[in-house]
Design a protein around this ligand. Sequence first.
Ligand SMILES: O=C1O[C@H](COP(=O)(O)O)[C@@H](O)[C@H](O)[C@H]1O
Length: 284
Amino acid sequence: MTRVLHRFADRDAMCEAVAREFLAVLAEAVETHGSAHAVLTGGGAGIGILDAAARLVDTERNSGRNTAQLAEHTAGQAPVPEWSQVHFWWGDERLLAGGEAERNDEQADAALLRRLVAEYGLPEENIHRMPSTELAVSPAQGAEAYSADLAAFADDEEDDEQRARLLLPRFDVLLLGVGPDGHVASLFPGRDSLTVSGVCCVGESDSPKPPPSRVSLTFDAISTAERVWMVVAGQDKAAAVARAFTDGTAVEEIPAVGALGRAETVWHIDQAAGSALTEESTGD
Ligand SMILES: O=C1O[C@H](COP(=O)(O)O)[C@@H](O)[C@H](O)[C@H]1O
């Protein structure tokens, strides 16, 4: 599977472009399959994309176009999905009390999801949060609970053996931020979680980035997604991005290299994040 690199001048340009494509993928999935499943990420770029999506959704509503027109992907316009059929999941979560500002879901709520529920008809029950400390006493228990939530939406089309085996929904698009250490979701360099297989979720009790307790999808689960989109902005990511595009870099060193989608794997990076890439590593 070839990785594709999409470069942007800055973080804002990247977030706007990814948000537009994200909405288009959701709209198309609802059209084709009757529902759409998106996996969200935390982090600066991940939340920036949701902020940008919120602006696009509002702009489209204020444009006065009707639902059929909004579903069309025409240049300059953002297609908008039928929100009642969209489901949101997470690639990882910080195991904290519900509503804590550091939780990825809380940040996503503030950026986009609350508004979709209040104004656009997204059912609250379509927001599939990873457990909080009220519901899981340990990361392992959180991983088990989220696996059960995912299994309730297992895709019965069974066009992917691994997806069927792990009892996962069809993830139409899965966003991943990349940390300065190369981590994705809560899969950190050198950790046992990198090699956990045969299950869809894993607990991390000693994350090098606070808070220490986290729940994450595994690489087995990530690789069932149709589209895996890395979203990376900022100078502090430049070294990790360059390592990720160096031949032979191991998953143990830069976990992001292990994140590959079924149909596509796209790295969206801004100029700062790509500043240490060489022509040789990208084939430019
Ligand atoms: O802790 C986390 O960090 C990563 C990356 O965050 P960033 O702010 O450096 O972009 C994020 O993708 C992940 O979901 C999150 O839990």
